[in-house]
Ligand binder design. Structure first.
Ligand code: WQD
Length: 340
């Protein structure tokens, strides 16, 4: 089937494009290259031997979005990754996030409403739960007031989609709430490409281990957890990509139970920062220099998924381990270093 992937040259988008192509789908990528590069297209082609269709397009341009969909009325499914996703940046520049994450979503949905049938997958985040009252976190956990404009755009985005599906029976949607995506394709042809100083834990670890950073700062070890450091549910990007294929095929095959569904995508296991460091050192035999630093504002103490709904209803279960993900992230970092 013909699947449009917005943000398809990004971290999760590119891995999903590979998974879609390997299931025989014809992939059309839209990306404005603001947080990715055409090298990613080469990486995808090296893996699948098929170059996806690519259009450089800024989704903030309503006319461009309209023209694209007029020319692509035969699209069968849409997976929408394109968005800004840096929590800290969103605090500094909220209007950039509301424009880039929400105006664009509205423009796309307005075009989807004109199609005979639209199967829409939305990239959401566990950040909508804030610090959940109960762990593991189910899809029924209350959505809490967002800790950042980025998190707010995910919450509002889900509401926009819910309202759109309610008034248009041709539009079916699934929101996928990711926990912490990490790792890289085992070929090391594609992976995470953080711009500047990495905000997320794993790229900071691999850049430290390869000598690009002096040491990792562990943001606090006085939390009420097993070793005082924050706990997260780290999910391999390959598992995450597969979940997107399963979700869009669920809609293509009309197996969804309602017009708007939500699934948590995690492993169901929580690991502390120190456990991640220990696993990284074991897997890579690299000593990781780190120091305990102050807590980072906005961090939740612990978040890991209840995966029951995704496992039973969506029919998807994460297969790969934290060690698999860290090994692939390390192999990717070494490839980046050798290419520079
Ligand atoms: C993980 C843990 C940090 C860096 C964010 C977004 C979320 C999603 C995933 C987009 C935390 C600790 C980190 C460092 C550290 N993004 N840490 N030193 O904050 O759980 O989630 O990325 O959808 O929306 O909020 O991920 O990787 O930044 O942090 O100690 O240099 O690692 O305190 O406990 P986070 P993260």
């Amino acid at each position: 089937m013909k699947i449009l992937v917005t943000g398809g040259l990004g971290f999760i988008g590119s891995h999903t494009v590979v998974a879609l192509q390997q299931k025989g789908h014809e992939v059309y990528i839209i990306d404005n290259l603001s947080n990715s590069s055409l090298q990613v297209l080469e990486g995808i082609t090296k893996i699948t031997k098929v170059t996806p269709h690519f259009t450089k397009l800024d989704l903030r341009n309503k006319e461009s979005v309209k023209n694209y969909f007029v020319a692509n009325q035969d699209v069968d499914g849409i997976i929408h990754f394109a968005a800004s996703k840096a929590v800290g940046e969103s605090v500094e520049n909220p209007l950039l996030y509301y424009e880039n994450n929400l105006n664009t979503l509205t423009y796309i949905l307005q075009e989807l409403q004109k199609l005979p049938k639209a199967n829409f997958i939305f990239s959401s985040s566990c950040t909508v739960y804030g610090q959940a009252d109960e762990l593991p976190i189910t899809e029924n956990a209350p959505v809490k007031p967002a800790e950042s404009p980025y998190g707010n755009t995910k919450q509002i985005g889900e509401e926009i989609i819910k309202d759109a599906t309610r008034v248009n029976e041709k539009l079916q949607a699934i929101a996928l709430r990711y926990f912490n995506p990490i790792g890289a394709h085992p070929s090391a042809e594609i992976g995470e490409l953080p711009i500047g100083v990495p905000q997320n834990l794993i790229p900071f670890i691999t850049q430290t281990a390869v000598g690009l950073r002096k040491e990792l700062s562990v943001f606090g070890n006085d939390y009420p957890t097993k070793d005082g450091t924050c706990v997260r549910d780290y999910i391999h990007v390959m598992d995450l990509a597969e979940a997107h294929v399963v979700a869009v095929e669920r809609l293509l095959n009309n197996n969804n139970k309602s017009d708007y569904e939500v699934f948590n995508l995690g492993t169901g296991k929580g690991y502390s920062v120190l456990e991640v460091i220990q696993t990284f050192e074991k897997v890579t035999k690299q000593k990781l220099p780190y120091r305990i630093a102050e807590r980072r504002p906005g961090d939740v103490v612990a978040a890991y998924a209840d995966t029951t709904l995704a496992n039973k209803d969506l029919g998807w279960t994460a297969q790969l381990t934290l060690a698999d993900a860290l090994e692939s992230a390390w192999k990717w970092q070494l490839k980046l270093k050798n290419n520079n």
